[in-house]
Design a protein around this ligand. Structure first.
Ligand code: FAD
Length: 272
């Protein structure tokens, strides 16, 4: 995944609210957000969290050869999130965090972050645009992908058509979706997030997908389901140019441990 080369910056927590049973929205503030691009709904961002014993995360210097870290400070914990909403005029960026039961430093930080807490930001990055213009959209994701899906739906014109399949832990997480074009149908599935693929659900999704030349598919969430759906779409003739299929996390693996494997998965996507 490529992250655009804006200099990383420190931001402060301005607000922290529960959105639903398993999601919290953190509003981040900082002068560097004044020129954050408005045209990147759902884009990837990197967040840097201070390790134990530090109050602020160290930031890398971004060079053409990649990030260079200060040698006199411990590396921060790095996690990938999505742009849920940005308001450059007010220097505010909203990021939604899944409150997953499996211990993770990012989720734990978001559960308790109070006003003034500091986090580092790099990005936005990822494909541009995230959703190529198409007569039909197929969007599929779990709770980790819902912030990006909401941001993408908010940017679609009222004439947009498509189907959105979202797997969330329970009905409370499905409530309160913002603007959705009338031609877009939402399909919710409820249940705990784990690494198992629900083949019946995948088959239902694929049955809904039109002929490949008529659509763009956007798929994100747990590794196994993303890989299964991508394979099914490819088998139906969907070209990789007509889809975004990115695993956002993998059951039983921290982001550090999944990082290299995700790159292999993405490389395989590029060649298959
Ligand atoms: C491009 C991109 C965009 C993303 N956008 C978002 C976003 O907007 N909001 C968001 O919440 N996440 C998002 N994610 C996923 C997020 O990066 C991972 O969930 C990350 O692992 C969370 O870090 P952590 O420190 O909480 O847990 P980690 O330390 O990474 O993992 C600890 C344990 O928790 C499990 N775990 C991690 N995430 C989940 C989950 N969602 N559900 C259940 N178990 C989990 C792991 O399998 C592991 O066993 C995105 C990922 C990518 C690649």
């Amino acid at each position: 995944m490529s992250v655009a080369r804006r200099p990383p910056a420190l931001l402060q927590v301005a607000d922290n609210q529960a959105v639903s049973a398993h999601r919290r929205r953190i509003v981040l503030a900082g002068a560097s957000l004044a020129d954050f691009p408005l045209d990147r709904p759902g884009a990837h961002i990197k967040l840097f969290f201070a390790p134990a014993g530090e109050t602020q995360p160290a930031l890398p210097i971004v060079t053409a050869d990649g990030p260079v870290w200060p040698t006199d400070r411990p590396r921060p914990i790095v996690r990938t999130y999505s742009v849920r909403h940005v308001d450059p005029a007010r220097c505010r960026l909203s990021v939604d965090f899944v409150m997953h039961a499996d211990d993770g430093p990012a989720a734990a930080w978001a559960a308790t972050a109070t006003s003034g807490a500091t986090v580092g930001l790099a990005g936005p990055g990822g494909p541009m645009p995230m959703l190529a213009a198409a007569p039909y959209y197929l969007l599929v994701g779990d709770l980790s992908a819902l912030p990006a899906i909401e941001a993408l739906l908010a940017g679609l014109p009222d004439t947009a058509r498509g189907d959105v399949f979202i797997h969330v832990p329970d009905e409370d997480d499905a409530a309160r979706l913002p603007h959705v074009a009338p031609g877009i149908s939402l399909h919710w599935r409820y249940g705990p997030a784990d690494g198992r693929v629900d083949h019946a659900w995948c088959a239902q999704i694929i049955a809904q997908a039109p002929a490949p030349e008529h659509g763009f598919a956007w798929v994100a969430g747990e590794n196994a389901t993303v890989i299964a759906l991508r394979r099914m779409l490819r088998d139906r003739g969907w070209p990789r140019e007509a889809m975004y299929a990115v695993p956002y996390w993998k059951s039983q693996l921290t982001e550090e441990r999944y990082h290299a494997e995700r790159h292999q998965v993405m490389d395989a996507f590029d060649v298959d």
